[in-house]
Design a protein around this ligand. Structure first.
Ligand code: 5GP
Ligand code: MG
Length: 172
């Protein structure tokens, strides 16, 4: 049986989000940015982030799925739920829960770049650089984490643990 351990408390997460929200307010004032959240794992992060930014912006959602099984990304990504918003000419910020191998995000950022946004940046709650296969540059990052399986704060393991208010990890 694995146990759930706290990695970052709700307060630590809130403080980091406040910091990046401040940077975004400075970078995007009067730009009405479009925040695109990658479902499902980033829904709690997005909800806290937009309220911390506290400035006019729009949100949309995509759901991406990696072909193949298990916890490893295969690199072959499918868009399961499409965007309802036109990206051309918009200042876009992609909001992701975890950048791991980088395969999912590099696919999606390339796809967005082809639609010619005015600007395109990436915001991530967690970065696991030790597992990177494809380079991905993260413009706004809350935390760099070691190679552990993270759950909580919207992030699941087989749909469980999303409700936890802290960023946690599973330990054997
Ligand atoms: P990658 O960067 O490998 O293409 O995929 C990143 C995605 O894999 C993340 O957005 C997340 O959905 C999933 N992932 C990576 N590491 C973890 C983890 O520690 N816990 C959970 N629940 N999902 C993870
Ligand atoms: Mg994700």
């Amino acid at each position: 049986m694995s146990t759930v351990q706290v990695m970052f408390s709700g307060d630590e997460v809130r403080r980091r989000i406040e910091r990046i929200a401040q940077e975004m307010r400075e970078d995007y004032s009067d730009k009405n940015p479009l925040l695109i959240a990658v479902l499902k794992g980033s829904f709690v992060f997005l909800a806290d982030l937009v309220r911390a930014i506290n400035m006019p912006l729009e949100v949309d959602f995509v759901r991406l799925s990696s072909y193949g099984s298990g916890t490893e990304s295969s690199g072959r990504i499918k868009v399961v739920h499409r965007l309802g918003t036109t990206v051309k000419g918009r200042h876009v910020i992609v909001v992701e829960d975890i950048v791991d191998s980088g395969l999912t995000l590099s696919f999606f950022m390339d796809e967005l770049r082809r639609r010619r946004p005015a600007s395109l940046r990436l915001c991530a709650l967690l970065d696991k650089p030790s597992r990177r296969i494809v380079p991905v540059s993260i413009d706004y990052l809350c935390f760099t984490v070691p190679e552990k399986f993270v759950v909580g704060y919207g992030i699941d393991c087989d749909e469980k643990f999303r409700y936890l208010p802290e960023v946690c990890y599973l330990e054997d």
